[in-house]
Design a protein around this ligand. Sequence first.
Ligand code: NAD
Ligand code: ZN
Length: 392
Amino acid sequence: MKAIIWQGTNKVGVERVPDPTLLLSTDAIVRVTSTAICGSDLHLLDGYIPSMEKGDILGHEFMGEIVEVGRDVKNLKVGDRVVVPFNIACGVCDPCRRGLFSACDNTNPNHRMAEALYGAVSGGGLFGYSHLYGGYAGGQAQFVRVPFADVGCFKIESDLRDEQVLFLTDIFPTGYQAAEQCGIIPGRDVVAVFGAGPVGQFAARSAMMLGAAHVIVIDRVPERLNMAEAAGAQTINYEKEDVLVALRDATGGRGPDHVIDAVGLEAHGHGPGALMDTAKQKARLNFDRITALRWAILSCAKGGTVSVPGVYGGLVDKLPMGAAFAKGLTFRMGQTHTHRYVLPLLERIEAGQIDPTFVITHRASLDEAPELYKTFRDKHDGCIKVVLDPWG
Ligand code: NAD
Ligand code: ZN
């Protein structure tokens, strides 16, 4: 089959590789009909997530049709159309039973690898996201093996198009969880979102769905700010305005009640120092650079929430903890517990409350994907979200 392969830092290519096969009786094989490139893939492209190996198949946002099931798969049959959360969860361990699907105890044999690298354990398994997260083959491919298929495959039985449901695999739940964990008081609270990438776009729209009185989105890329404005958000271009002053002015001086950091590693200039505390990485550090996370803490109103869907790893230094402490802020963060959100958010799509296709700017074949990785990374050509057709 054809697949998008990590060939080294800043090197992504299309290669022919063997089709996946069932390894365990709880696996299914999915023929991928649509897949997408995520901001998280850029952290892999840049080489800031350790333990990628040449030849790894990328991709964690995908959906398709079941073509084979292991003998212990109970709820699925060949021909079912499914979306697959980017996290791999067993469904029965203690974290899974508590709904903490991204922290599954049983799907990441390498979760202690991170300890040796930078003193922290990583979470459960992820598709296409390095050996630190289990080394699972990703879904930017024609076929993919889905472990714990009964838990990880959600059937789509309505006639919604792929593009309308594809983002249930990651960015819609991710933006939604980021907004939900703010505990927005409907009709009162102001929510600011740093980063107008796909995650920030869904976070802003989710904050609106959850009743935020006002939503403010901060970025520097005009097309991305325009997309947020189209949803009814106020926008701030941080290259043109002093963000902290603008946020104070927009909130009668108190600051946004909740602030979402939908930027992650990019705020550190694509990750210097954030992942591995090596001399080489340290040399690239610029501690004076004000990051989205620092802005979030400094701008947030007293008693507010700083919600962080943006990905961080390892050690991050120079955070204004004094301000966070003085204001009594609550921090919420982490990989999304995608499984929790697929069905409720599917209902919202079916009810016409949101059409997730708004975010798509580029559609392409797998062969065109390497070029589009760069277009998306460099924010050229108005690129906000790329959807790939593995058979196109
Ligand atoms: P993206 O790279 O397309 O978007 C990031 C945006 O942040 C860009 O538009 C960029 O211009 C903007 N930006 C950079 N520095 C900024 C700053 N200081 N202030 C304001 N904006 C700034 O990525 P995306 O797909 O939207 O993903 C965003 C983040 O969410 C990434 O870190 C990604 O890894 C993460 N993510 C997390 C989860 C999760 O489970 N928590 C899931 C998916 C993605
Ligand atoms: Zn993603």
